[in-house]
Design a protein around this ligand. Structure first.
Ligand SMILES: [Zn+2]
Length: 344
């Protein structure tokens, strides 16, 4: 059963229809390179539902917002801050709550994380973090939730050599136990993120690997549709207005500096992270048809000026080319989404 049907069944009719409509109507702009005549199509207009657990919207959020933000933060820091950093991936769990207690448990986890982040040992070791919340594990029993944090930590390179900064796995565990006031927690997972050479020979920096990890875990919300109706209802209700992502430390300050500067904001949006599309190639959407909309096409022509001044300097749009020709040449085309690469 898909997400929309499931939502309808439990009475979330409006969310259901939003999810069903999500991405159904997409308008693409055909563009032609002025020198090479290469053509490409870019998504210019679409309705997306923004429902928290919509797979399309989730994917888009990570691909087009969070990942570019993280890369921009990283660039910003390496430019202004000459310290050498390394990255850790930390997973923090708490005992499974009942689904009906999910919201209060998440609140408790947020508070606990904050307590931990304010401790001396943490502050000495960690300089920035990005935290993503996941609410189910792969084998969570029915009636229960499994909220946990996946945290990308930025530490000084000296973390591994300076005993004053280094935190062992046991130390992380005791810090988390202390922060949550819960000694029954027996596990934390912490690992160093390393650069990686992929099968096709491409090299992925440690930071890129870190972003990939975070993105990987943050796209799993689709498992929700496998829940029974009661659990599904509770989880949807319990996660209303809950924040799933948070920045801290230097990540946070860098991001606000970037956001306040319109020029860098444009640069964030321009980040080319097509390699992340690998992650999503296994997604199947309910979306089946895409059409170019005549009316929308016309409104795009007026944005030519902006386009030439910003990210598409070498491209002019096909619609603009069409506009110079007799009108009847502008037909309706069916064009694939620019991502993921091999979708139907
Ligand atoms: Zn959506």
């Amino acid at each position: 059963m898909d997400l929309s049907q499931k939502l309808k069944k439990i009475g979330f009719v409006k969310d259901a229809s939003n999810v069903e409509e999500c991405g159904q109507h997409l308008v693409f702009n055909k563009q032609k390179h002025v020198l090479t005549s290469d053509q490409r199509s870019t998504l210019k207009h679409a309705h997306f539902c923004k429902f928290r657990f919509c797979p399309v919207c989730n994917m888009r959020k990570i691909r087009f917002k969070l990942a570019p933000e993280l890369f921009a933060i990283n660039e910003f820091l390496s430019y202004y801050d000459k310290t050498k950093y390394a990255y850790l991936f930390l997973t923090l769990t708490v005992p499974n709550p009942k689904v009906d207690d999910l919201k209060s448990t998440i609140r408790h986890m947020n508070k606990s994380f904050q307590r931990m982040a304010e401790s001396k040992a943490y502050k000495q070791a960690v300089k920035g973090h990005f935290r993503a919340l996941e609410i189910l594990g792969s084998n969570t029993p029915s009636g229960e939730a499994h909220p946990h944090f996946h945290v990308l930590l930025m530490v000084r390179k000296s973390y591994f050599t300076n005993p004053k900064h280094y935190l062992s796995r046991d130390k992380w565990l005791s810090m988390w136990q202390h922060a949550t006031r819960d000694d029954s927690i027996t596990q934390v997972d912490v690992r160093k993120i390393r650069p990686k050479t992929l099968k096709d020979g491409t090299y992925r920096t440690a930071f890129a690997s870190a972003v990939y990890e975070v993105a990987k875990y943050s796209t799993k919300h689709t498992d929700l549709t496998k829940l029974n109706d009661d659990d599904f209802y509770s989880i949807i209700s319990q996660t209303k207005n809950v924040r799933f992502y948070a920045y801290g430390g230097k990540f946070k300050t860098a991001l606000s500096a970037l956001e306040n500067d319109p020029q860098t904001k444009i640069n964030i949006l321009k980040k080319d992270l097509h390699w992340l599309d690998d992650l999503y190639s296994s997604y199947t959407f309910s979306v089946s048809q895409y059409s170019l909309d005549h009316e929308k096409k016309i409104t795009h022509v007026s944005s030519l000026q902006t386009k030439l001044c910003s990210s598409n300097q070498k491209y002019i749009t096909q619609t603009d080319l069409d506009d110079l020709q007799p009108k009847e040449t502008a037909g309706v085309d069916i064009i694939d989404l620019p991502y993921p690469n091999n979708r139907q």
